[in-house]
Design a protein around this ligand. Sequence first.
Ligand SMILES: Cc1cc2nc3c(=O)[nH]c(=O)nc-3n(C[C@H](O)[C@H](O)[C@H](O)COP(=O)(O)O)c2cc1C
Length: 263
Amino acid sequence: MIFYFSSAGNSKWAAETVAAKTGDRLIYIPEAIDRGCYDYVLAPQERLGFIFPVHGWRPSIIVRRFVRRLVIKGYDPENTYSYMVVTAGDTIGRTVEIFRGDLRARGIALSSAFTLLMPESYLGLPGFNLDTTEKEQQKLAKAQKDLNEYIADILGRRRGVAITVKGPAPWFYSGIVGSIFLHKIITDRKFKVDPDLCIKCGKCAEICPVHDIDGGPGKAPVWKHNGLCLSCFSCYHHCPKNAISYGRASSGKGQYYFGHTFD
Ligand SMILES: Cc1cc2nc3c(=O)[nH]c(=O)nc-3n(C[C@H](O)[C@H](O)[C@H](O)COP(=O)(O)O)c2cc1C
């Protein structure tokens, strides 16, 4: 069983790749939350995986909220193999330690943790940019190779693996900076749509993982300010006309989602 979340598609690709090689079933966390589904039953010997992006040097908050309510029946501390794959643009701080603690609070011991560096998806602050095309292609090629190695570990149920890219001052970034990021920087108030560019296709509303956009075919998007926005930029990146902006921070920065074609 693999629980996953993804906004720009990196973790979705990773989750689907792991599922294709392991045969494990995939559960998309936002859909599980929509259905109010927090109770699951593990079959004997079934692996338990979590695949998601780092957000602000911490596990994405939607994943943490889901895990806080998660009940896994059939979990066997002796035999169940559990792992996380965290995708990141560059550094994750203490994300592995934080998520290990979140799982421990649910009675689950993390067997192994893997970090997968992938193209950057955050651009919401000055100085935070997407990768160049060259860097993006390099990262994707390496991610494919790294993920294959991680899958070999997962299939072999290798315990005690902790591949992490903490970066400088992990306590500082995952602590105070992560807290400011979560409580002050994440906002839907800066998203705007350019009415001259918007073709009212409804893609942004359809793709928003927390249903924060009132829209749909024939309607320009209106952000609801429902308090759930992750600033994940899913709406921004998937807009076919690049009609969505995020204040001045997004100006001229382009878009990224996994599998887009290079111009
Ligand atoms: C809100 C937000 C915060 C992010 N914070 C970090 C971070 O702290 N460290 C990092 O390396 N990458 C960070 N990123 C980049 C993503 O983690 C990375 O691009 C990830 O692979 C995206 O996965 P996804 O396509 O499955 O959403 C952030 C992205 C977003 C949208």
